[in-house]
Design a protein around this ligand. Structure first.
Ligand SMILES: *Cc1c(COP(=O)(O)O)cnc(C)c1O
Length: 399
């Protein structure tokens, strides 16, 4: 899956451009940089790929989520609805703005259940934040309808779904704003990096300022620029942007390879009694970075994960037992272990996650297994792996 699997001279050449001038910062120094603006280049490429008017490249996907929320005006007293199956960054970014993360169940799409979202809405809800998990889409049409009905904003956490689409539109480009991650494990990587994309010019401007100490970026002299509001530093460096410039042109090829490899593995599990697949609202838009399927029970899922690992199949995830992606193991959130005190009204408003049950999500995630798709496999390796997965899953179902 990770884009680093297929690094080549594209990334090296881009990096050499940057080191030839030594200008590692994305802003200023225009006289010294010999025309190299890697962050700007990657942003232009992102606009083309995602089909959006604006893209802002930042230091991480977490920074992108935090910046997007801040630019949407989310803060003290607001609630943001998100799923309990995601990466911890989703709730971290909400807490960073001082808003309350309100979790609503997922369904068999492994993303937010629109009905559960409806039930979680209160007068304080401001944003619905679906997370397009494991390379594929939430039910964006229904979630958009919920947002329209209730006057809410839609922020797509597409950090795991760069390259995936819904009815022809790229994930991330459909809500009021969308976020991508280009960290080291994502399908396209900058080493570390992320992006906010949007068609809303005012929102983009707020994000652009917030992510760089409030700089209005209206000048080539940073010291002379104005600061209409306070921000932070979530800037990307030219070195990271250069790696991204080398990668982003390969996205189409990366997705094609994933789809091809995934299809072989999926075919191998087709028609195995007891095995069913994740529901994809638009199968044609899947970026195919994971093959995700359901086992008949939690025990069967755990047993199968263990058996697959023992058989030498790497990249197998039983998310129910995972420390980072499902609420069951988020002891720090449940016990409210934060590095510094949070404002009391925020803590008072936050659901008591130590005593909140997510039965519908539990019933799904406890039976869910994902296998990460690698691009580097040869055709032979894919076929051998597919056969091994089939026999291992089959024998652990009937055990
Ligand atoms: C990777 C990821 C993020 C955060 O990205 P970083 O670049 O690692 O900060 C956020 N949300 C989800 C769902 C992710 O998978």
């Amino acid at each position: 899956m990770p884009g680093f699997e297929l690094f080549d001279n594209m990334e090296r050449d881009q990096l050499r451009d940057v080191m030839d001038t030594g200008i590692l910062m994305r802003y200023g120094f225009s006289g010294l940089r010999k025309g190299h603006w890697k962050a700007c280049e990657m942003e232009a490429a992102l606009c083309r790929v995602a089909g959006v008017r604006h893209a802002l490249l930042l230091s991480s996907g977490t920074a992108a989520l935090t910046t997007a929320l801040a630019a949407l005006g989310v803060g003290a007293g607001d609630e943001v609805i998100l799923p309990p199956f995601t990466f911890v960054a989703s709730f971290e970014s909400i807490l960073a703005t001082g808003a309350v993360p309100v979790m609503a169940d997922i369904d068999e799409t492994l993303c937010l259940d629109p009905q559960a979202v409806r039930k979680a809405i209160t007068p304080r809800t401001k944003v619905v934040m679906p997370v397009h998990m494991c390379g594929a889409m939430a039910q964006l049409d229904e979630l958009q309808a919920v947002c329209r009905e209730h006057g809410l904003l839609l922020l797509e956490d597409a950090c795991q779904a760069f390259g995936a689409s819904f009815h022809g539109n790229m994930l991330g480009s459909i809500g009021n704003a969308g976020c991508y991650s280009f960290d080291f494990n994502k399908i396209v990587t900058c080493g570390e990096g992320g992006a906010v994309v949007t068609n809303d010019t005012a929102l983009y401007e707020r994000a652009d300022r917030y992510h760089d100490h409030g700089h209005d970026h209206r000048n080539d002299d940073r010291g002379a620029e104005d600061h209409p509001f306070a921000g932070y530093n979530y800037r990307i460096s030219e070195l990271h942007a250069a790696v991204g410039c080398g990668q982003i042109g390969k996205l189409e090829r990366f997705v094609a390879i994933h789809r091809q490899h995934k299809q072989v593995l999926k075919d191998a599990l087709e028609n195995l009694p007891g095995v069913t697949f994740r529901r994809l609202p638009d199968p044609a838009g899947d970026s195919a970075t994971f093959l995700t399927f359901f086992m008949p029970s939690e025990t069967a899922a755990r047993r199968t994960a263990t058996a697959l690992k023992a058989a030498g199949v790497d990249g197998v995830f039983h998310w129910y037992d995972n420390n980072w992606h499902y609420i069951r193991k988020w002891e720090h959130l449940k016990t409210r272990a934060f590095a510094h005190p949070l404002y009391k009204p925020l803590l008072d408003a936050m659901p008591d996650y130590a005593n909140t049950a997510f039965r519908q999500s539990d019933a799904i995630i406890s039976r869910t297994l994902s296998i990460a798709i690698k691009m580097g496999w040869t055709d032979d390796e894919v076929r051998t792996r597919a056969a091994l997965i089939r026999t291992t899953v089959q024998s652990s179902i009937t055990q």
